[in-house]
Design a protein around this ligand. Structure first.
Ligand code: GCU
Length: 422
């Protein structure tokens, strides 16, 4: 009896140990990617194959969405009762007179002591109703543009490990992430941009949920913190920006484009999968847990995500550490949930960690769902060379350079929006 118990204990400890270890060094060698088989997005739970868009929408889409909810990202609740918006700032001659700047506080409950987030919105001044790009930002609204009228966001990132950020240091950092937010360019092309600092929603740290909306809104939203994840909470925030846009007559809210870079690209995809009000979805270098296929063992792995960022996904996702092949989904199925809407997946040539080819193949393997709608996605394209976008309704490019979002990327996203929203 004692012996059996010891054996059992050893087995448990061993499996915990295996799950805690990264199996092999990061693989960056194409010839060492083991063969894999992707799950079929059109294979229903009862073993039958889905053949029509109607069946996809009625049965299979909710089923696939449910799999991602259960195994990967967790739930996304609706909007809380009493949610309201307050316009706290307007400048009708922003950005050298080309734009209207608005800042809006979204309160998630009655009254103004409810938890809130601050939306920064620019709209082209010469348009009465503009489509808007919506995305979360990493370091604070005040860093996306040098415009002095932008309120300083409330959570401040340390610039170095022993930095103690102050209001003065934040003032000095205004506009320092502007290269990632091509606001002037978007305005020129007739688009608005709305953004929120993602840490208004939840600080990106393993304990961030304790002070974030997953805790402060748990009664109002009637959901326990562990039933969702940081990525779901951030995605929820994107949908609340859309709620605001629907109240603003200057925004063409039927044409919102949701976009995100890296972890916020994972977030944008999950938001668009859940909220079909987003007309176009854009994933910029979103990598593992975003656009990249998990079963293709190249670059970052599920273990890496769970180890460095245990708060991003639900607890169940950890059971797939080193067991990617046992996940009931792969990320091409997340991209399938964007169909029939236009989708852009982009990589960068020096971003091997995010597995550019895995991002491409994922977009390519979303094709069967677009076909149900008699649409073509990447339509048999092969992995293109650098700076050569391919596809039409589903597009892909690999930009020369590092993990980042640049003017080149933004221009391609606006090209897609021009074609489908104008
Ligand atoms: C890390 C993480 C990636 C993520 C990236 C980012 O590199 O491993 O999964 O996409 O951070 O958000 O910049």
């Amino acid at each position: 009896m004692k012996f059996v118990f010891l054996l059992l204990l050893a087995a448990i400890l061993n499996s915990a140990y295996v799950a805690a270890q990264r199996p092999v060094p990061t693989n960056y060698d194409e010839s060492k990617v083991p063969p894999y088989t992707l799950p079929d997005p059109l294979l229903a739970a009862n073993g039958k194959k889905i053949t029509t868009a109607k069946e996809w929408e009625r049965k299979q889409r909710p089923y696939v969405l449910g799999l991602f909810t259960e195994h990967v990202y967790g739930k996304i609740p609706g909007r809380p009762k009493g949610m309201h918006f307050e316009l706290t700032d307007i400048d009708t001659t922003a950005l050298n007179g080309t734009a209207i700047r608005k800042q809006v506080t979204a309160y998630f409950g009655e009254g103004n002591d409810a938890p809130s987030m601050n939306i920064l919105l620019y709209l082209p001044r010469n348009s009465s109703k503009a489509p808007v790009f919506v995305g979360l930002n990493f370091k604070g609204n005040h860093r996306v543009n040098a415009d002095k009228g932008i309120f300083i966001s409330r959570h401040w990132k340390k610039e170095t490990p022993d930095d103690i950020p102050t209001l003065a240091s934040q003032e000095a950092l205004r506009g320092t992430t502007a290269s990632r937010w091509e606001i002037e360019e978007a305005i020129k092309r007739g688009y608005g941009i709305a953004t929120v600092h993602y840490e208004d929603i939840e600080v990106d740290d393993k304990d961030g949920w304790k002070q974030g909306f997953r805790t402060t809104l748990k009664d109002r939203l009637n959901i326990q913190p562990e039933s969702w994840s940081a990525i779901s909470a951030w995605a929820w925030g994107l949908s609340r920006i859309q709620d605001y846009l629907e109240t603003d007559p200057a925004a063409d809210a039927g044409k919102t484009i949701v976009l995100g870079h890296s972890r916020l690209g994972k977030t944008a995809l999950w938001a668009a999968a859940n909220d079909q009000r987003f007309a176009i979805a854009i994933s910029n270098n979103s990598g593992e847990g975003g656009a990249a296929l998990s079963r293709r063992l190249f670059g970052e792995r599920i273990w890496d995500l769970n180890n460095a960022f245990p708060h991003w996904f639900v607890a169940k996702y950890k059971t797939y550490n080193n067991k990617e092949d046992q996940l009931p989904v792969d990320q091409h199925m997340l991209l399938s949930l964007i169909a029939p809407r236009p989708l852009y997946v982009a990589s960068a040539s020096e971003d091997a960690w995010a597995d550019p080819k895995g991002e491409f193949l994922s977009a390519k393997n979303a094709e069967p769902v677009y076909r149900l709608y008699k649409l073509t996605g990447l339509n048999g394209e092969e992995m293109p060379t650098e700076n050569h976008p391919v596809g039409d309704r589903v597009r892909y490019h690999i930009r020369t350079g590092k993990h980042d979002i640049t003017l080149y990327d933004w221009n391609r996203y606006m090209d897609l929006a021009d074609k489908y929203l104008r």
